[in-house]
Structures are given as C-alpha cells and as structure tokens.
Design a protein around this ligand. Structure first.
Ligand SMILES: [Zn+2]
Length: 219
C-alpha cells in the first residue's frame, strides 16, 4: 500500500492520520475570459506600484496570460490516458525500469512561485511495460498544475500503479522552491526531497536501496 504523503500546513492537525481526500481539480464553475485574465495581470502590475499603461508594460498582460497557459497546461490532460498505450510484452524483463533526472518545472500552490528540480521514477514490471517517454509525460502533466511537491510525488506513483499494476513503484523528487529562495526565509540552494514507494519497493529494503543507489550513483 502506498504510504501516506508528508504534508505540512495548518490543516495537518485536523486531517492527521486520515487518508488524503482526492483533490478536486475541476476549474471554477465559470472560467474567466482571456480579457478578464489580462485585466487581472494589469491589476497586479498596478498593485506592485508600476503603471500598466506605460510602453514597456503594455503587452505584458498578454504575455503573462500566454505564459500561464503554458505553466498550467496540465489541467487539460489525463495522465491515465497517456499510460493507456502500454506494451503488453515485457519480453521476460522483470527488473527495475528507471528514469533518472526527469526535469520538473512546477508551481507551488501556496505562492504560485516556481519550483524546479528533477524526478526519478522506477517501477518493477509485472509483465507489462510502458514506453519510457510516457513516464516523463506523466511527470510533466502533474507538474503543469498548481502543486505541492508532496502531492505530486504521490500522484505520479498512483498513476503508474493504476495503469500498469506493477509489482512496485518508486518516485523521488528533488526540487528547489523559489517561494523559499526568493522570499520568506530566503534560503537559496535548499532542496526539498520527497519520496513515494509502493509494493515491493516499499516492502523490500533491498529494492529500495538499489533504487536510491541508482538515483545517487555515478552520473
Ligand atoms: Zn510556496
């Protein structure tokens, strides 16, 4: 069974020990228009103290809205669908399949600040394997949403678990959060590391150790 994810924040005391409720990812009932989104950016520029009407800032609301479309493109995409096209035949291969150093570009849901790093994902096939690029796509889809690193780690593991029914999954993400390096405690260089192990990778320390050796091994 997947271990419960690490959480922090004021809700901890209330929800402690209860399994995390599935996060409702649906957009607000009425999605604002593009013009409304651009107006909101103008408001933020003015609130920061600048003049949204001046030459250099005139196209900024459009560019920021475009950027948002890219940062948050993961809402319109289904990770399970990406994993559906799996190759049934593992050709007898039953050892760890691992992708190391998958780029993670995400935004924390508390500050909408970027967090950047890498994900390492492994699974133990149970007769079925999936195209390795699909794993990287799943990481990308979850990253391109407002996230906590903890939940994203769990979501990636659960998506692979659900689609492939492998003997086990391991996900390790290491990332630097700009909400911590550029504001608040101002601690650049600090990495947040989160893990999720399921199945044999959770139960069997030797599999887990091998996974961690592969993560930290020679590059
Ligand atoms: Zn944050």
């Amino acid at each position: 069974m997947p271990q419960s994810i690490t959480r922090s924040g004021p809700m901890d005391d209330i929800v402690a020990r209860k399994p995390p409720a599935p996060v409702k990812r649906t957009a607000p009932l009425k999605r604002p228009s593009r013009a409304e989104a651009e107006a909101a950016v103008r408001t933020l520029i003015a609130w920061a103290g600048d003049n949204p009407g001046r030459e250099g800032l005139r196209d900024t609301p459009r560019r920021v809205t475009d950027a948002f479309q890219e940062y948050f493109s993961g809402y319109g995409q289904d990770p399970a669908g990406v994993l559906m096209r799996q190759f049934e035949e593992a050709g007898g291969y039953d050892d760890l399949v691992m992708l190391r150093d998958i780029r993670v570009e995400s935004h924390c849901e508390h500050h909408m600040a970027p967090f950047l790093g890498v994900a390492h994902v492994a699974y133990l096939p149970n007769g079925r394997i999936v195209g390795i690029s699909k794993i990287a796509r799943v990481v990308e889809i979850f990253a391109k949403r407002l996230q906590t690193q903890e939940r994203m780690t769990a979501e990636i593991a659960e998506a692979i678990e659900g689609a492939l029914r492998p003997r086990g999954v391991a996900v390790l993400i290491e990332a630097e959060h700009q909400c911590m390096s550029m504001r608040g405690v101002h601690q650049p260089g600090v990495k947040t590391i989160t893990t999720r192990f399921t199945g044999a990778l959770e139960r069997d320390a030797s599999y887990r150790d091998r996974f961690l050796q592969m993560v930290h091994g020679a590059r």
